[in-house]
Ligand binder design. Sequence first.
Ligand code: PLP
Length: 238
Amino acid sequence: MNSEQVDIADNLRRVKERIRRAADKVGCDPDGIELVAVTKGFPADYILKAAAAGVRIIGENRAQEASTKHLEISSKIPKDLEWHFIGHLQTNKVKMVIGFSDLIHSLDRESLAVELDKRARDTGKIQRVLIEVNVAGEETKGGIAESGVDDLIGKLVAYKNVRVEGLMTMAPWGADAGSVRNVFSHLKRLYDKVIGKFDLDHFKTLSMGMTDDFEIAIEEGSNMVRIGRAIFGDRRTN
Ligand SMILES: *Cc1c(COP(=O)(O)O)cnc(C)c1O
């Protein structure tokens, strides 16, 4: 498969239209919903094609793959294209992604914050992060248990080069629409609670919703969706 065979621009238009309709349905501003185009599993030229079609944020979920692709196209990447790291991040891979990751969606433990803080300081940046919450308590998934979120946020204050900007979750694999909706509405309530409890200047992002469930996520209050297949087609490998 190559990027000639898939009409990224057309798919993108359709996805944006679906985002708009879902937002309209619940009376929220579609322009307030950010779209992360997830390019994992696709060659680097998809990133450039997506950017040319108007994508402003791309998402990658594997450190090695993201880093290789970033290097491959670094001279051609539009300056305003944001790179988000959305997958589980091993502590020893932080140095691989910190140079180009504008937002990391998957902070789920203090030890990762320690490493991010250290590397971010070395790089001279403030690393923006979201806390990934494992709402459904699936053992196979990353993310911190809901009960640990307050404690983690409290601890992050000490890490001056890490800035928490919101929460992220993934719906359980293969769950029915009702359960998916419950997970998303649950995270939205937690998000609102955090805002009420902590005085965090930049806490404004609720990242939830992928190809199979982004409309439900938007209806439940998501303001950042991470969409791969609906834009780029099916991945050969996952
Ligand atoms: C792959 C992935 C997505 C996008 O999934 P699609 O089903 O291709 O839309 C979103 N978020 C994370 C964390 C992912 O790993």
